[in-house]
Design a protein around this ligand. Structure first.
Ligand code: AFD
Ligand code: MN
Ligand code: MN
Length: 410
């Protein structure tokens, strides 16, 4: 073993002693096969918000540069082959109409970089959506978004991985501003119309969000609404959970469990939030480990039967940190959380649950999800795949950042 890597073997030995060799090996193998989509929008030039126009150095200026950066991330992590796109940012010349031909070109560009196109996001915001997209009273606006949604289905099927993810900014700022029922019914009827013209052998996931840009109401505010709409549309439609889209303190792992139990297709937009939907890089929080525990227990992750797996995507776009480092950091956090979720000693836990040993159950659960140092598991998985043990450090040392800063001049 190379110098300076003794901590990995030592750490693995300790983990095997506590959680058993079989579980530790399973965690290493799981980390080796887990894949997550990179969001194209995280690599572009998003600014510092209302208080400054800055963006992080050498942001990608076009789709080719976004794909260049995504390739670097995939080479460093070995688990981000899929690149998620947004129709009006990535497949449009004017930001109003999306174009199949551009999507074709982007798919080819991705292939040249050993990447594939992942989830397609119709863009229901940007110019002309000030009164909402599907809830807009303007028929022309509704039609434009219906057509874009249908096209997203065709693009997903022919050029991407067959997944369309829908997030609607529709809602209102003040009570009385819109008729809540009319808005909800307009959204449903536009969505039903679009759905009836989309290919059926794709998966569609409906994202919900409790606030922003609507401050008083959001037309699809919670998982229950997504669930109801998905159920009414068809068996290829499910629910997309984004970590930043709940009221503070919501038990997200319980939502995950319910969706699995209801046998509906699910997906994730991973990120960390501190105040609202601030879209920060994923961190290895206890919440994240608990979510992975439910995903593992529900067999909807790293299942050999690909059809059973949920869709896993990162959705982050915070403004100041180095975006490539931030995405690699997210991948690392997800791998750590997956390993923790797998280490939970389920058999012992269920005995403690059945015998009402409340505190012992909690301690046993926390030993895996909070207290275990699983970095040796993730490191071992990387070594076995010939990947750098510390991908953020490898990125910093690669010289890529200096190169793009010189080339892109922003
Ligand atoms: C916004 C929304 C939502 C969506 C993303 C991409 O809050 O998370 O998934 O844009 O459309 O951040
Ligand atoms: Mn999202
Ligand atoms: Mn969001």
């Amino acid at each position: 073993m190379a110098m300076g890597l003794k901590w990995i073997d030592n750490g693995l030995e300790m983990l095997c002693e506590e959680f058993g060799e079989k579980r530790v090996r399973h965690a290493i193998d799981a980390v080796k096969i887990f894949q997550v989509d990179i969001p194209g929008w995280a690599l572009g030039s998003f600014g510092g918000g209302r208080f400054g126009g800055f963006s992080s150095p050498a942001a990608a200026r076009n789709i080719e540069e976004k794909l260049d950066d995504a390739m670097v991330i995939n080479n460093l992590t070995g688990c981000t082959k899929n690149f998620a796109t947004h129709m009006l940012w990535d497949f449009s010349e004017d930001g109003i109409i999306a174009d199949y031909k551009i999507a074709e070109k982007v798919a080819n560009e991705a292939k040249q970089r050993n990447l594939e196109l992942g989830a397609v996001n119709p863009t229901y915001f940007l110019a002309g959506s000030h009164m909402g997209s599907f809830i807009s009273p303007d028929k022309k606006t509704q039609k434009r978004y219906i057509e874009q949604t249908i096209l997203a289905g065709t693009i997903a099927k022919n050029l991407c991985n067959g997944l369309v993810t829908l997030w609607f900014p529709d809602g209102s700022l003040y009570p009385g501003q819109i008729d809540l029922k009319k808005a909800y019914e307009r959204l449903k009827s536009c969505l039903f119309e679009a759905y009836s013209k989309m290919p059926k052998d794709i998966v569609i996931l409906i994202e919900y969000k409790v606030f922003e840009p609507g401050t008083y109401s959001t037309t699809i505010p919670d998982w229950g609404t997504s669930f109801a709409i998905a159920k009414n549309l068809g068996s290829n439609v499910g629910v997309l959970v984004d970590l930043g889209h709940h009221h503070y303190g919501t038990n997200i792992e319980q939502i995950v469990m319910m969706l699995i139990s209801e046998n509906i297709k699910g997906g994730f937009h991973f990120n960390t939030r501190y105040a609202a939907d601030d879209d920060h890089a994923v961190e290895p929080t206890p919440e994240m480990a608990r979510i992975f525990y439910e995903l593992v227990k529900g067999d909807v992750i790293i299942n050999q039967n690909q059809k059973k797996n949920w869709a896993y995507m990162i959705d982050q776009a915070s403004g100041r940190e180095n975006r490539i480092q931030a995405l690699v950091h997210s991948v690392d956090s997800l791998q750590l959380s997956l390993a923790k979720g797998i280490l939970v000693e389920t058999e012992k836990l269920s005995i403690l649950q059945d015998t009402d040993e409340i505190i012992s159950a909690n301690i046993l659960f926390n030993n895996a999800t909070i207290n275990a140092d699983v970095r040796p598991i993730v490191a071992k998985a990387r070594l076995e795949k010939n990947l750098p043990v510390d991908p953020v450090k490898a990125y910093i040392e690669s010289g890529y950042q200096k190169k793009i800063e010189a080339e892109r001049g922003n």
